[in-house]
Design a protein around this ligand. Structure first.
Ligand SMILES: Cc1cc2nc3c(=O)[nH]c(=O)nc-3n(C[C@H](O)[C@H](O)[C@H](O)COP(=O)(O)OP(=O)(O)OC[C@H]3O[C@@H](n4cnc5c(N)ncnc54)[C@H](O)[C@@H]3O)c2cc1C
Length: 216
């Protein structure tokens, strides 16, 4: 295998799709036994949508077409939902808006592409250790070792790959807690508690915004 991608959420699925589109053999290992359904990302910004247009769905469409049909187009909004943070009329983009849809909708587009292309996405494959053999990276998943030319870590905030590579990451502790839920959808998942890593600037901004909006 040319590339093993650890983690099968938006970054991992898109990485594998872009590699496949470029003719590189890749496979994805995801520890979840099935695609996640809890509330996480709900909005895509213009540059993300532009990346989705880079991949041909194989039926005359781009993989961006389905999310663009399913999501809501919200002008001048940021993914946090706070108004007035972004204006997309200035940048040169065909998508001057934020597209809101649940993260599983975002993941669906590259997952369908990978499936159609026969690119393997293994669920229930937690990668527990990574290292380097003579001249190749290797990774352990479900007790078996796999060698690959490249190992890509898209395994989230507590990345095993980043830890194995000795690459640091500045955000380890939780500084605030938010409750999110999906409402008004037939396919709504259960409410989920989501923790966000330390983000003093964002927190300050949200506090200021909250106090402004509470004025009469
Ligand atoms: C409440 C909330 C709201 C958010 N809203 C937005 C938003 O509107 N827009 C936005 O862009 N972002 C938003 N985010 C951030 C969003 O979660 C990320 O943008 C997105 O999930 C990042 O995708 P990712 O693929 O990098 O990581 P993740 O979604 O974290 O995926 C990592 C994947 O790796 C898997 N994994 C982890 N360890 C291993 C392992 N050892 N072996 C195998 N698999 C492993 C996990 O199971 C997971 O599927 C939000 C986050 C939260 C918590």
């Amino acid at each position: 295998m040319d590339v093993i991608v650890a983690g099968g959420s938006p970054a991992g699925l898109m990485t594998a799709a872009l590699l496949d589109a470029a003719g590189v053999r890749a496979e994805v290992g995801e520890r979840g036994s099935e695609p996640a359904r809890q509330s996480r990302g709900t909005a895509m910004h213009p540059r993300t949508l532009e990346v989705l247009t880079m991949i041909d769905a194989g039926d005359g469409r781009r993989i961006s077409d389905v999310p663009l049909t399913q999501g809501q187009w919200v002008p001048d909004a940021h993914c946090t939902g706070l108004p007035g943070l972004s204006g997309y009329r200035g940048p040169d983009t065909p998508f001057p808006f934020t597209l809101t849809l649940p993260q599983w909708g975002t993941e669906h587009a590259p997952a369908v592409y990978l499936d159609a292309r026969g690119v393997r996405e293994r669920h229930g494959a937690e990668m527990t250790t990574a290292g380097q053999s003579a001249d190749e990276p290797r990774v352990q998943a479900s007790a078996a070792w796999h060698t690959t030319r490249y190992l890509i870590g898209t395994d989230g905030a507590h990345s095993m790959v980043r830890r194995a590579a000795g690459t640091g990451f500045g955000a380890h502790s939780t500084s605030w807690l938010a409750r999110t839920s999906n409402t008004g959808r037939r396919d709504a998942a259960s409410p989920a508690w989501n923790r966000s890593p330390r983000a003093p600037a964002a927190r300050t901004h949200m506090q200021r915004t909250a106090s402004r909006s509470s004025r009469p």
